[in-house]
Ligand binder design. Structure first.
Ligand SMILES: Cc1ncc(COP(=O)(O)O)c(C=O)c1O
Length: 347
C-alpha cells in the first residue's frame, strides 16, 4: 500500500517501451532531433497555439528557471505560503535567479487569496523593499485542492494590473486538468498563465519535466539561461521519447483519471470508516486525512506507507491532541486492491 508519493511509483510500461524503441541508432543532440521537434509540435497542438517548450530535469528546475527567465534586480515573486517553490526547493529559485526572493501569500488550502495578494504586492513598490517580479500558483495545489478557471483568471487580473507575469507550477497538471474537465488552453493561457512547469514524472514518466512559455517571444534568452543552469540534456531525445508515449492516445489523461479515481475510492472508504476523517475534500490524487496517532501506527504496521503532514496555516486547529494529519497520494500504479485493503484496515 504505497501512498507516500506519486514520485515513488515506477514508470508506465508504455513510457519504458518508448525509451527502448528510441535506444538504437543515432539522433541529433541537445534538443535538435526529429523526435524533439515532433514532441514540441505535439505541445503546440495540446495547447492550441505555438508555445516554446524546454525540457529540464526536475520540477524544481522548471519552477526556478521560470523565475530566472523573468528575473529583475531586487525582484520578488509571490507564491502561496505552502508552495513547493517556497517550502521544498531548498533555495533553488533564489540561487538560479541570482537572488530574487519569494514572498509567501496566505490563502485557504493551498490557494492564494486575491486580496492578500494585492496587499502583498503593494508592500513592495519601493526601492528598499524590492520590486514585484511575478506571481506563481500551483495546480493541483500542495493541499490537493484546485483553482477553478475563474479563480486563475482572478489572480491573473491582479498580475495584469501590476504588469507581472504569471507562472503555474503544474507538477500535477494532468490530475488537475482531468478533475476540472477543461482543456489545457482553458486552464492556462486563456486565463492569463504565461509560463507553466509541466510535470510528467509524477504521472507515469521516468523523468520528464518541461518549462513552457505560452508566448515564445518571452523565451528568446531562455536557451542561454537553461544552459547556464546546466539543464540542457545532450540526449534530450530520451525526454522526448517519454513525452511521445505520454501523449499518444491520451495516455497522460487516462493515467491521471486513474490516480484521481483511486483517490476518490479511498476518500469514500475514509468517509464511511468512522475511524478516520477527511481533512477536506480531495480534488485530485492527494488525500489529507486526520486519524489517531495509534491508528496511523497500526496502518503502518500493516504495510501502509504514507507521511505525516504539518497542517496548512489555514487549518491549524484541525487535529486533536492524539491525532495526526496524514497525506495519502495515489498514482497511475495504484490498484483498487491496495485501496480496498486500506479501506478494510480503517473500517
Ligand atoms: C507541487 C510540486 N511542485 C514541484 C515538484 C517538483 O519537485 P522535484 O524537483 O522533486 O521534481 C513537486 C514534487 O514533489 C511538487 O509536489
Amino acid at each position: 500500500m504505497h501512498f507516500a508519493s506519486d514520485n515513488w511509483a515506477g514508470a508506465h510500461p508504455k513510457i519504458a517501451e518508448s525509451l527502448s524503441k528510441h535506444t538504437d541508432g543515432f539522433a541529433a543532440a541537445y534538443g535538435t532531433s526529429a523526435l524533439d521537434k515532433a514532441v514540441a509540435q505535439t505541445f503546440n497542438e495540446i495547447f492550441e497555439r505555438e508555445v516554446a517548450v524546454f525540457f529540464v530535469a526536475t520540477g524544481t528546475a522548471a519552477n526556478s528557471l521560470a523565475q530566472a527567465a523573468i528575473a529583475k534586480p531586487g525582484g520578488v515573486t509571490f507564491a502561496h505560503r505552502e508552495a513547493h517553490t517556497i517550502a521544498d526547493e531548498g533555495g533553488a529559485p533564489e540561487y538560479l535567479t541570482g537572488g530574487a526572493r519569494l514572498h509567501p501569500v496566505d490563502g485557504p488550502l493551498g490557494r492564494i487569496d486575491v486580496d492578500n495578494l494585492k496587499k502583498a504586492i503593494t508592500g513592495y513598490n519601493n526601492v528598499r523593499a524590492g520590486q514585484p517580479m511575478a506571481v506563481s500558483i500551483t495546480q493541483l495545489t500542495e493541499s490537493g485542492t484546485l483553482y477553478e478557471s475563474n479563480e486563475i483568471a482572478g489572480i491573473s487580473a491582479v498580475c495584469r494590473e501590476n504588469g507581472l507575469p504569471m507562472h503555474m507550477d503544474g507538477a500535477r497538471f494532468a490530475n488537475a486538468l482531468v478533475s476540472l474537465g477543461c482543456s489545457p488552453a482553458d486552464m492556462t493561457w486563456r486565463q492569463g498563465v504565461d509560463m507553466l512547469s509541466f510535470g510528467g514524472t509524477k504521472n507515469g514518466c521516468w523523468c520528464a519535466e518541461a518549462l513552457i512559455f505560452m508566448d515564445p517571444a518571452r523565451a528568446e534568452a531562455f536557451p542561454y539561461i537553461r544552459q547556464r543552469a546546466a539543464q540542457l540534456f545532450s540526449k534530450s531525445r530520451f525526454i522526448a521519447a517519454q513525452f511521445e508515449a505520454y501523449f499518444e492516445d491520451n495516455l497522460w489523461l487516462d493515467l491521471a483519471r486513474h490516480s484521481n479515481s483511486m483517490a476518490r475510492r479511498m476518500a469514500d472508504h475514509i468517509a464511511t470508516s468512522g475511524n478516520v476523517r477527511l481533512a477536506w475534500e480531495p480534488r485530485g490524487n492527494e488525500i489529507f486525512a486526520v486519524m489517531e496517532k495509534a491508528t496511523a501506527a497500526r496502518l503502518r504496521d500493516n504495510g501502509a506507507l504514507f507521511y505525516d503532514q504539518n497542517p496548512p496555516h489555514s487549518e491549524k486547529h484541525l487535529i486533536g491532541e492524539n491525532e495526526t494529519l496524514v497525506r495519502l497520494v495515489t498514482s497511475f500504479a495504484t490498484s483498487t486492491e491496495e485501496i480496498d485493503r486500506f479501506g478494510d484496515l480503517i473500517a
